[in-house]
Design a protein around this ligand. Structure first.
Ligand code: GDP
Length: 342
């Protein structure tokens, strides 16, 4: 009986108009359902998703979007828990687009069913949405951008976007956030060896985590080293000089310092016009990425096309086939796939 009622209620709430109303009222269930629709590749869902996104666009844009990255084990989820709680204590509403560890091969098996951000997830002013990292076609980045819009329309003022690892996913994340924060560890050998220079150049702030207990001195030293290293980097287009801070996510130390850093950055960029410029450039890339993603989605909807792509990719990698020719060969398959959908 209860189940039946639930189902009835669910289908009612799921109409796009109801979801829009729910989102504007800050309803987290409506928000989750809308995000699920955006993540769906079904045509009908996409239609609803577009309707909801269009309604939400005009109500988005007011939040601060902070990307948080760092190698596994650096303390990202502990930091988000601590930082998120700090922000809520300051009266903010915080949304977290978090990596779902169970979707990630290497980490899921190590951490098992560890509960992440347990305290934060129970707070009324927090919303946590796990994001699968396994998406092969770059859909995760696209979905996150749409999730940001929906979260902001639901009244969330700070959006924390987590990515794991240091490498391929950061560029996508950088293109969605206003401030890119890189978490680091002190005392892991030569401070500058473990991290790719390109990633550091993208960062607006480096935060050395685990500055507690016996690690405090090492963190201070690392902070100096990174500060010196950052001076050698070319000046940022936004005129912002990346800053270095240390914190202890576990002991909730210096969350205010990190927030101060983010706020100073916001103030400068809003003054010099780069805030809006960066957002507009990001929207432009969002459009380009949407087209690519749509083409891939349509093409790979057919399993045999996905296989063909992989075979060709191998040959291109090995230098047996020119990339342009391979692309031309794939094109008729895309047109067939589009035809089949009509
Ligand atoms: P993630 O893989 O980057 O999300 O890292 P986690 O948040 O799961 O943290 C990895 C480990 O580091 C856990 O055992 C945490 O308890 C520990 N940790 C995280 N932050 C701190 C910190 O500030 N100080 C100390 N001492 N340990 C921390």
């Amino acid at each position: 009986m209860q189940n039946k009622n639930f189902r009835k209620k669910k289908s009612k709430v799921s109409s796009p108009r109801e979801l829009i109303k729910g989102i504007f009222a800050g309803n987290k269930i409506a928000l989750s359902k809308a995000i699920t629709l955006c993540e769906s590749s079904r045509k009908e869902d996409r239609k609803d998703a577009n309707q909801i996104l269009n309604a939400c666009l005009s109500r988005s844009g007011e939040g601060i979007r902070i990307g948080i990255s760092g190698v596994p084990g650096v303390g990202k989820s502990t930091f988000i828990e601590s930082f998120g709680n700090y922000l809520i204590d300051q009266g903010k509403k915080v949304a977290v687009l978090a990596v779902d560890p169970s979707s990630e091969k290497s980490k899921g098996s190590i951490l098992g069913d560890k509960t992440r951000m347990e305290l934060l997830s129970r707070k009324e002013d927090a919303y946590i949405r796990p994001t699968a990292t396994g998406g092969a076609l770059g859909g995760v980045a696209l979905n996150s951008k749409e999730s940001i819009i929906l979260c902001e329309a639901a009244g969330f003022e700070v959006i924390l976007i987590e990515t794991v690892g240091v490498g391929k996913s950061e560029t996508g994340e950088r293109q969605m956030c206003d401030f890119f924060l890189l978490l680091m560890l002190a005392g892991a050998g030569d401070e500058l060896q473990g991290i790719k220079r390109g990633i550091m150049e993208m960062a607006d702030g480096l935060v050395i985590n685990k500055a507690d207990g016996e690690n405090v001195d090492a963190a201070k030293k690392a902070k100096r080293n990174y500060q010196n290293a950052l001076h050698l980097f070319p000046p940022n287009a936004s005129q912002w000089t990346p800053e270095v801070a240390s914190c202890s996510a576990l002991k909730n130390k210096n969350m205010e310092g990190v927030w101060q850093m983010v706020s100073s950055h916001e103030e400068l960029l809003k003054q010099n016009g780069y805030w809006v410029k960066q957002r507009e450039e990001q929207n432009q890339k969002w459009f380009a990425k949407s087209i690519r993603s749509l083409v891939e989605l349509r093409l790979f909807a057919d399993q045999s096309n996905a296989q063909l792509y992989q075979e060709m990719e191998k040959r291109v990698i090995k230098g047996e086939l020119a990339a342009y020719e391979a692309a031309e060969k794939l094109l008729p398959h895309l047109l067939d796939a589009l035809q089949a959908r009509r």
